[in-house]
Design a protein around this ligand. Structure first.
Ligand code: SF4
Ligand code: SF4
Length: 467
C-alpha cells in the first residue's frame, strides 16, 4: 500500500474498538505500560491525587482553600468567598477555562484527557493498577473472566470489587467535602444517620456511580459518553500536535529477522502499541477520536525500538503535517488567535478579581409605593437596601444622600451592622425638602459609608409630585 493509500484507508473508522462485530462489549484488557512518558504521567497523577484528596482539609484564616457550595450558592476559591453576586467572575472564569481547553486541544490534541482528566487519572493510576495487582496480567485476567466461578475467582473478584467500592466511597466523600466543606462532612459521618438521610442517599448514589464507571463503564466514558471527546475533531487541524504513528518510517511493516538485511519499514508488527492501549485502538490506523493521548503506545513502541537498536519515536508527539512533510511543528494563525483571546480573558479575569468589592450594595425604591408628603415641607420615599458583607468581620455601615439635602431614616434599626459573611436587608425612608424635588422623578445618589469612608455610590430615583 502506498503512503497516500495508507493515509486514506479509513475502514477502521467503521467499527468501535470496544464493541464486537456482534454488537457486544469488547472488554479491553490493557497491558501495563512502562517508560519515560508513563513515569512523567505517574508523577503528575501522584501530585494530582494528593492535591485532590488533601485540598478539602486545607484552610487559610479558618476558611477552606476551595469550596464550591452549589446548594447555598457560596463559593470559596483561594480562601476568598465569592457570592452569587460575583457570578460574572465565575462566568468569565468558565469561558477562560473553555478557551484554555480549546487552545490546548488545537495545539496539543487530547492532552487534557491523557494527563489531567479525573476519569483517566483514577482509572489508570488507581483502579487499573489494583486490578493488575489482584487479577494479574491482562492474559491472566482474560482467563479468569472466561473461566468458571472457582474459589480463587470468587476471592479475587470479591477483594477487587470491595476495594473499588471503598475507593469510590472515598471519592464521593471528597467531592462532597468540596461542596459542603470538610467540617460538615465529618459531622455527617459522626452524627446519627437519620439526621442526614438526604445527603447520605446522595453519597450512596455517587459512590455507586463512581464504582459503576470504574468497574464496568471505563473506556466507554472516553470513547462514547464524554462530549469533549466528541468535540475534539472539530478543533484539530493538520498542525495539531498529537500522538502519531510515523507511517513514512514504519511502513511497510514486516517481522524482524535477526541478522537479515531489513527491507521493510521500522514497524515490526509486534502489536505492543495496541496491547497497552486503554481504549483498544491501533494508533497505526491514523488519528482517532478514541485516542485519549495517554502516551502508553509511545512507551511500548520505544521499548521495542530500543531493543532492536532502531531509532526511538516511531510513535511520538507530532502533527500530521510533521509526519507527512517532515517539517517541524508550526504555531499557526488559529493557534495564535486563540492565544490572544486567552490572554485577553486572563487579563479581564485578573482585573475582575482584584477589583472585586468586599461590600456590595443594592438599593431600590420599593415598587408600588408612591411618595408621601411629610410635615415640614418634605417629601418621603420608601427604599429597600441589600448589603452584602463578603469579609470575615462585622462592618458598621451608614447611608447618606449625596449632593442634596435629605435624610435617611432606617425602619426598625438605628444603625446598620453587617455580620461577617452575610447579607443584610434593610428598609428606610428618604426624606428630601420639597424645594429640592424639581421633577416627578429625580435622579439621586446614595452613598454607602464604612467608618466614615465612602465605599460605594448607588444611583436610584426619587418620586415627587408632578410639577
Ligand atoms: S509497537 Fe511499534 S513496532 Fe510494534 S506494532 Fe506498534 S508501531 Fe509497530
Ligand atoms: S493510541 Fe496510544 S495514546 Fe492513544 S489511547 Fe491508545 S495507547 Fe493511549
Amino acid at each position: 500500500m502506498t503512503d497516500e493509500e495508507l493515509l486514506h484507508a479509513e475502514t477502521f473508522r467503521d467499527r468501535v474498538s470496544n464493541v464486537t462485530d456482534k454488537g457486544k462489549r469488547n472488554w479491553i484488557y490493557a497491558f501495563k505500560p512502562k517508560g519515560k512518558w508513563t513515569n512523567y504521567r505517574k508523577y503528575l497523577a501522584f501530585f494530582y491525587l494528593i492535591t485532590f484528596f488533601a485540598l478539602p482539609f486545607i484552610k487559610v484564616n479558618d476558611l477552606p482553600f476551595m469550596m464550591i457550595n452549589i446548594l447555598e450558592g457560596k463559593f470559596i476559591l483561594f480562601s476568598k468567598i465569592f457570592w452569587p453576586q460575583d457570578f460574572f467572575i465565575f462566568a468569565i472564569a468558565m469561558i477562560t477555562f473553555i478557551v484554555f481547553v480549546v487552545l490546548f486541544t488545537v495545539v496539543f490534541g487530547r492532552l487534557f484527557c491523557g494527563w489531567v482528566c479525573p476519569q483517566t487519572i483514577f482509572m489508570e493510576f488507581i483502579f487499573r493498577p489494583i486490578e493488575w495487582m489482584i487479577e494479574g496480567t491482562p492474559t491472566q485476567q482474560r482467563k479468569l473472566n472466561d473461566g468458571g466461578w472457582t474459589g480463587e475467582k470468587i476471592f479475587k473478584k470479591s477483594i477487587k470489587h470491595f476495594l473499588f467500592l471503598v475507593i469510590s466511597f472515598a471519592i464521593a466523600h471528597t467531592f462532597l467535602a468540596y461542596i459542603l466543606g470538610i467540617d460538615e462532612v465529618i459531622a455527617i459521618v459522626k452524627e446519627p444517620m437519620e439526621d442526614h438521610v438526604g445527603l447520605l442517599s446522595g453519597l450512596i448514589i455517587f459512590t455507586l456511580l463512581f464504582y459503576g464507571v470504574y468497574a464496568y463503564v471505563r473506556d466507554i466514558v472516553c470513547t462514547t459518553i464524554c462530549p469533549y471527546g466528541r468535540l475534539q475533531s472539530v478543533m484539530f487541524d493538520k498542525d495539531t500536535m498529537q500522538i502519531s504513528y510515523d507511517y513514512k518510517r514504519g511502513e511497510p511493516r514486516g517481522k524482524f529477522k535477526k541478522g537479515a538485511e531489513r527491507t521493510e519499514g521500522d514497524c515490526i508488527g509486534c502489536n505492543k502499541c495496541v496491547h497497552v492501549c486503554p481504549t483498544g485502538i491501533d494508533i497505526r490506523d491514523g488519528i482517532q477520536m478514541e485516542c485519549i493521548g495517554c502516551t502508553a503506545c509511545i512507551d511500548a513502541c520505544n521499548d521495542v525500538m530500543e531493543s532492536l537498536n532502531f531509532e526511538k519515536g516511531l510513535i511520538r508527539y507530532a502533527s500530521e503535517n510533521e509526519i507527512s512533510t517532515g517539517k517541524k511543528f508550526h504555531f499557526n494563525t488559529r493557534m495564535k488567535a486563540y492565544t490572544v483571546l486567552l490572554s485577553i480573558l486572563l487579563v479581564v479575569m485578573v482585573i475582575m478579581i482584584v477589583s472585586r468589592k468586599t461590600v456590595d450594595s443594592y438599593i431600590t425604591r420599593i415598587k408600588g409605593q408612591t411618595y408621601q408628603e411629610m410635615p415640614g415641607h418634605k417629601i418621603s420615599n420608601l427604599y429597600e437596601a441589600k448589603i452584602i458583607n463578603k469579609t470575615r468581620e462585622e462592618i458598621p455601615v451608614t447611608l447618606k444622600l449625596e449632593g442634596m439635602n435629605g435624610e435617611v431614616k432606617l425602619i426598625g434599626n438605628k444603625n446598620i451592622v453587617l455580620k461577617k459573611e452575610s447579607i443584610g436587608e434593610f428598609t428606610f425612608f428618604l426624606e428630601i425638602p420639597e424645594s429640592e424635588v424639581q421633577h416627578h422623578s429625580t435622579k439621586i445618589k446614595i452613598g454607602v459609608y464604612r467608618n466614615g469612608e465612602r465605599i460605594q455610590t448607588i444611583k436610584t430615583k426619587f418620586l415627587g409630585p408632578y410639577q
